[in-house]
Design a protein around this ligand. Structure first.
Ligand code: NAD
Length: 292
């Protein structure tokens, strides 16, 4: 890709790819199309599934790079990483023998060891992960355990990934971008399982991380996306109604798609945004601006 967004020579770690539908897949494709080398850090349980999306004929169309760039989506590596675990000690013994875990160190520490074997530096980190075991439960019914797990996997992991990546970003003007949803600041009753609180802390932490990482020239930003029918979103409840409501009530009177989100992340990851940090950029057709 030529023009002002050129990520040639940059290495991007992209979390949260589990299929060819979610935001992570489209973000990774856009970053590769702009010239970045992609390393996927996916949940250990989904790595073999992602491998199939990367190789099977049926997904060839989904691998086509955007912006008319020749070639197909081909990450340099796919590494298993459970972002709920900082070290191997954080992975429950009964989980370690499960499919995908296979006795390996798939914690953040273990995954970054594998990253360091592939590259001496990292320029871009995409946090595209969210999970609550009780997503279908409204806030008053959410257990403490599920609430804390939502925080751990969906929010604290941004801090943990940024910490792990910082030594690899030294001298590189790194960019960290996370994905959020407007329920962080407005009441969206069916966005359950403690996820609205997790998104609120994710956004808050991104601002503080922008301060702490800014000393070394790294940037931290959030893209707050409108509703989109990914696998995770389908478990929230009536994602169709959420999408239709946004489409009817947003200033642009339309729904968003994954490419819109990928394009915003691409901008924030690039030097075009060299003085943009600590911000939350809405990609929701303007829905957040409405009062009714
Ligand atoms: P998705 O299901 O494609 O992505 C969620 C990812 O999180 C999956 O790849 C899953 O494997 C991963 N994950 C869950 N637990 C993990 C763990 N312990 N370790 C590693 N990975 C783990 O869905 P998506 O909608 O593309 O979500 C991506 C991001 O976008 C999330 O942060 C989500 O909250 C955010 N977002 C989504 C919407 C939407 O409507 N789809 C709107 C705003 C923000």
């Amino acid at each position: 890709m030529t023009g002002p967004i050129n990520l040639a020579g940059k290495v991007a770690l992209v979390t949260g790819v589990a299929d060819d539908v979610g935001f992570g897949w489209h973000i990774a494709k856009a970053l590769q199309a702009a010239g970045a080398e992609i390393i996927l850090l996916s949940h250990p349980r989904v790595c073999s599934i992602v491998e199939r999306f990367l190789t099977r004929d049926k997904s060839a169309t989904e691998r086509v790079l955007p912006f008319g760039v020749a070639g197909e989506f081909k990450p340099r590596a796919l590494i298993g990483c459970d972002v709920g675990a900082d070290t191997l000690d954080d992975i429950a013994p009964e989980l370690r023998s499960e499919k995908g875990y296979d006795g390996k160190d798939v914690s953040i520490e273990g995954a970054f060891k594998a990253v360091r074997e592939l590259t001496p530096h990292v320029d871009i980190v995409i946090h595209c992960v969210a999970f609550s075991p009780e997503i279908a439960k409204s806030l008053p019914d959410v257990s403490r355990k599920a609430y804390l797990m939502a925080q751990s996997i969906s929010s604290y992991s941004l801090v943990a990934l940024a910490r792990a990546a910082t030594p690899l970003m030294k001298g590189r003007c790194g960019s960290v971008v996370g994905l959020s949803y407007m329920a962080s600041e407005r009441a969206v009753p069916f966005y359950g399982g403690g996820m609205s609180s997790a998104k609120a802390s994710l956004e808050s932490d991104s601002r503080l991380l922008a301060w702490f990482l800014g000393e070394e020239g790294h940037r931290v930003n959030i893209v707050s996306a409108g509703p989109y029918a990914s696998r995770a979103a389908k478990s929230i409840g009536d994602i169709g109604t959420m999408i239709d409501t946004t489409a009817q009530k947003s200033p642009l009177r339309r729904a968003i798609d994954a490419e819109d989100v990928a394009n915003a992340v691409l901008f924030l990851s690039s030097d075009m945004a060299r003085n943009v940090t600590g911000t939350t950029m809405y990609v929701d057709a303007g829905y957040h601006a409405m009062g009714v």
